[in-house]
Write a protein that binds this ligand. Structure first.
Ligand SMILES: Nc1ncnc2c1ncn2[C@@H]1O[C@H](COP(=O)(O)OP(=O)(O)OP(=O)(O)O)[C@@H](O)[C@H]1O
Ligand SMILES: [Mg+2]
Length: 264
């Protein structure tokens, strides 16, 4: 199954009683199998809207999205989603959370046990297998969320600021884990962030979005060999350039908010 994602002429309008919000406007984007692409932009530029459209949670107003060869009409097993807020079942242990999707799929007991064991190992969760989510740190919870997606063998991973709530060290640690998993399992990853540094650290390509209406402002290759050193000149040069692009959009966002405040 090819894990290509093709976003073609996508528009998304949210109709609210006060006005229509054009969240996405004419988005065209192809993500090739095995690519790691980051969507970057300030708050409100439509990153989650685009990701949710690819996930099939909220379909475009017009245009089309194809994932793994089929038109997206809703969620599907070939697209796994990891949210910022850990979507774990609080009444299940770590191992049970990872096993859940496999049970739904109807796999046999022995196969489930073997798979859960291997994922606990891959994500260094062995010592935490019998804990409940409330007894885990944020970083550990995100490891479980990633393990759950890996359990389903989804060739495409969609991630919405998955490390946004973590402290800097835990975040770097999980970024490294994710890069290792991406390489090892050959996943196609679409990853939303508003951290410029995170996008340069992770991505093959960074898609910078504009603030309302959300369009693609820059589709930037990251031509820096991994592992990437955030202190290296090439890293900093790209950081400055992307910083300039994001700042322009941030200012448009701020101006918009001031306008709204003046109306109130
Ligand atoms: N259900 C909705 N109804 C109305 N407007 C919405 C809805 N969802 C999103 N929007 C608007 O669409 C625009 C894009 O929102 P979106 O959540 O995709 O932004 P984002 O880039 O993910 O921002 P953040 O970084 O804050 O998560 C925003 O202006 C937002 O207010
Ligand atoms: Mg968002």
């Amino acid at each position: 199954m090819s894990s290509q994602i093709i976003v073609s002429g996508v528009n998304k309008v949210f109709r609210t009683p006060e006005k229509d919000v054009i969240a996405l406007k004419d988005i065209n984007l192809t993500i090739n199998p095995g690519e790691f692409v980051c969507l970057l932009g300030p708050s409100g530029c439509g990153k989650s809207t685009l990701l949710n459209a690819v996930a099939g949670f909220s379909l475009p107003s017009s245009g089309s999205i194809t994932a793994a060869g089929a038109t997206v009409t809703g969620p599907g097993p070939e697209r796994g989603m990891v949210f910022q807020e850990y979507a774990l079942f609080p009444w299940m242990t770590v191992a049970q959370n990872i096993a859940f999707g496999l049970e739904v799929k109807g796999l046999g007991k022995a196969e489930i046990a073997a798979k859960v064991e291997s994922l606990l190992d891959t994500l260094s969760l062995k010592d935490f297998r019998n804990r409940f989510p409330k007894d885990l740190s944020g970083g550990m919870r995100q490891r479980v969320a990633i393990a759950r997606v890996l359990a389903l063998d989804s060739p495409i991973m969609l991630m919405d600021e998955p490390f946004g709530a973590l402290d800097a060290l835990t975040r770097r640690n999980l970024q490294d884990e994710l890069l290792r998993i991406w390489k090892e399992f050959g996943k196609t990853i679409l990853f939303v962030t508003h951290s410029i540094e995170e996008s340069i650290y992770l991505a093959d390509r960074i898609v910078v979005m504009t603030y309302r209406p959300g369009t693609i402002k820059r589709d930037q290759w990251v031509d820096i060999p991994r592992p990437r050193d955030p202190a290296a000149p090439a890293f900093n040069e790209l950081k400055r350039e992307l910083g300039r692009l994001v700042m322009e959009e941030q200012q448009r966002h701020a101006a918009d908010e001031l306008k709204l405040a003046a109306v109130d």
